[in-house]
Design a protein around this ligand. Sequence first.
Ligand code: CP3
Length: 344
Amino acid sequence: MKNSLFLDAALSKATVRPPVWMMRQAGRFMPEYWEIKNKYSFLEMCKTPEIAADVTMLPIDLLGVDAAILFSDILVTGEAMGGDLSFTQGVGPKFANPVKNQKDIDNLQTDVLDRLQYVADAIKVIQQRLNGNVPLIGFAGAPFTVMSYLVEGGSSKDFKLTKLFIHNHPQLAHQLLQKIALVTIDYLNMQIAAGVNAVQLFDSWALSLSWDDYKEFSHKYNVEIIAKLNRKDVPVISFCKGSSVFAPLMAEAKPDVVSIDWNADLRNIKQSLPKGIAVQGNLDPHILYADKSVIKDRIHRLFKRMEGENGFIFNLGHGIMPDIPFDHVKYAVEVVKDWRGASS
Ligand code: CP3
């Protein structure tokens, strides 16, 4: 690997500067994304390996980040299991057949790798294009977060149906979570076999849960997934919004990296975790709307805070918003690369 900053930091080795990549680095804030998006639907883009590869490469070519992330979505596992998934501009993801009862759970399939073969195909095309320059991160949605979409039928502000489901029907919820966990293990191992260099487990909406519910309905399954990955030399990143609170539990699942939202003092979190667990984060993505002088100042503050700590990957606390100016994102990457004159 020509640029091994990301993999070194993920494995808690020393690096000349923190590596940088950003969640949602390939998306609507980029004019070049729209040129492709205007021709195809989002799912067509995900399911056509050449197009998924084109989009995956945009932030490598235009921003110069230190890692690529597969262009796909966390909800493709739910679709492969039998969810009727669509993405509509301005509406977001929809499952037309939400899960409500035992019959709906029984109808979901777990032997679904054939239906996700397009992802393995995309990974092979992307690795040819990357040509050993930077590593490729694969990913999947964590069971609780994927379940929330299957139960709500789409995005939710308060997760009312999901919480009712786990509180009133815990046994059904566990059946559903276990099915998603099985698929997620197979799916991530398929990505590793196809050639990704790291994997990230996205449990975006864990922050909606209480400590006890997080342990029972989210953490338990993330532990199982991480334990069953064929992870030799492939670092595992665990992400959730809520990680400022749940980090100690997340670390128990033994990922290589815990990705932290922007509420926490990253140094405190890092020092509270067992040795050998790296951290990723944790700039508030809203900082990227602000003036460039503010962007530079906040990145420098974070870097000073993390100085002397091995195992630090710069990222946002959550994804880039679609209306953040492209040149601000590019500027943030330049600030990281110029840190202490490292300019690599
Ligand atoms: O990070 C990347 O650039 C890689 C690609 C990626 C996408 N989605 C592409 C996408 C990744 C890693 C995801 C993960 C994902 N998807 C998450 C976890 C990360 C997070 O943000 O918490 C979640 C919760 C989803 C579900 C999802 N997908 C929603 C809620 C939406 C609609 C809202 C939105 O941001 O548009 C999507 C659609 C989606 N996924 C788009 C992209 C580029 C936008 C599609 C479009 O162009 O309209």
